[in-house]
Design a protein around this ligand. Structure first.
Ligand code: P6P
Length: 337
């Protein structure tokens, strides 16, 4: 008897941890698992088929849409609609929220917000990319289409969140509020197998991830933090190291395993930060808190920020608690007018 525990088995096993578990959330997570396998297959072929070029269109972010962006969005959307647990989705690749209209979907309890392929500009250079998802119970009455309020819920209302990292191996990491669990895809089995149960992030770390090319317009507190990391510490060899992949999921995942902090503060190009609150920061914040870490906008817990619009951006500091609190200290000590 092997000790392999697949994602499907684990979800069902843990179903009793989830209040009012009726199997619907388990089935919803199963649809995400299916779409992840399909997207993983295409990403692995990306270098071989003409699917990595831009489609010549821009998404609402003004970013050139890569074919795989669109492909991933379509596959996750279709998988979520097919399983009848979701009444609608919001996505980085969709200007507006998308309501599902089949009768079974109208009676569904959940909405899903996602970045179907984060870091997609890295695809053509074979750098890891990821899918990020966030799940809420709808607040509007079942039997009707979802409303804006269903999608603009505060992050602390999430019932589940997770990401898929398409890297040297493909992993799915998720939480339903009972710890963080990681599953590694085994293509020979076609299954995600439990590889990292109860993931926790070290309280401290030596890795900081930030695009220092934006340094000139960083908040003073962030500049002070970088200086703190780089200062030679006489009694110690240089304790910190800078690691920035340019793909949130990849930087986040490494820091979750090893300890570290990812910083995307306000910059000249992104005065409110670049990352989106609803489908990047909130899910990653839920995961990191469940793993014992911290996520703020520099002054406020990410999960407590009330959303105002679907694609809003926030400054984002996420990772080992001691490191995030160090940055918060510098931001308080060196306030910018
Ligand atoms: P920059 C990818 O577009 C992304 O949203 C994150 O995955 C990544 O960490 C960040 O933006 C990279 O942004 O401005 O450093 O290229």
């Amino acid at each position: 008897m092997t000790d392999i525990r697949t994602l499907g088995e684990f979800i069902v096993e843990k179903q009793s941890d989830f209040p009012h578990a009726s199997g619907e959330l388990s089935s919803l997570l199963g649809s995400i698992k299916l779409a992840a396998k399909i997207v993983n297959r295409e990403i692995n072929k990306a270098g071989l088929v003409d699917i990595t070029g831009a489609v010549g269109e821009n998404n609402i972010q003004g970013e050139e849409q890569q074919k795989l962006d669109v492909y991933a969005n379509d596959k996750f959307k279709a998988a979520l609609e097919a399983r009848d647990q979701v009444c609608g989705i919001a996505s980085e690749e969709e200007d507006e929220a998308v309501a599902f209209h089949k009768p079974l979907n109208l009676n569904a309890k959940y909405v899903v917000l996602m970045d179907p392929l984060d870091g997609s500009s890295n695809i053509d250079v074979n750098v890891s990319v990821g899918t990020i998802f966030s799940i809420y119970r709808r607040v509007s009455p079942v039997g009707s289409p979802p409303t804006k309020e269903d999608f603009l819920q505060t992050g602390n209302q999430q019932v589940a969140a997770g990401y898929v990292i398409y890297g040297s191996s493909t992993m799915l990491v998720y939480t339903t509020g009972n710890g963080v669990h990681g599953f590694t895809y085994d293509p020979s089995l076609g299954s995600f197998c439990l590889s990292h149960e109860n993931m926790t992030i070290p309280q401290d770390g030596v890795i900081y991830s930030i695009n220092e090319g934006n340094y000139i317009r960083f908040p003073t507190g962030v500049k002070q933090y970088i200086k703190y990391c780089q200062e030679a510490v006489p009694e110690e060899k240089r304790p910190y190291t800078s690691r920035y992949i340019g793909s949130l999921v990849a930087d986040f995942h490494r820091n979750l395993l090893k300890g570290g902090i990812y910083l995307y503060p306000s910059t000249a190009s992104y005065p409110n930060g670049k990352l989106r609150l609803l489908y990047e920061c909130n899910p990653m914040a839920f995961i990191i808190e469940q793993a014992g870490g911290k996520a703020t906008n520099g002054f406020q817990r990410i999960l407590d920020i009330p959303p105002t619009e679907l694609h809003q951006r926030v400054p984002f500091f996420v990772g080992s608690t001691n490191m995030v609190e160090k940055v918060e200290g510098f931001l308080r000590e060196y306030p910018d007018e």
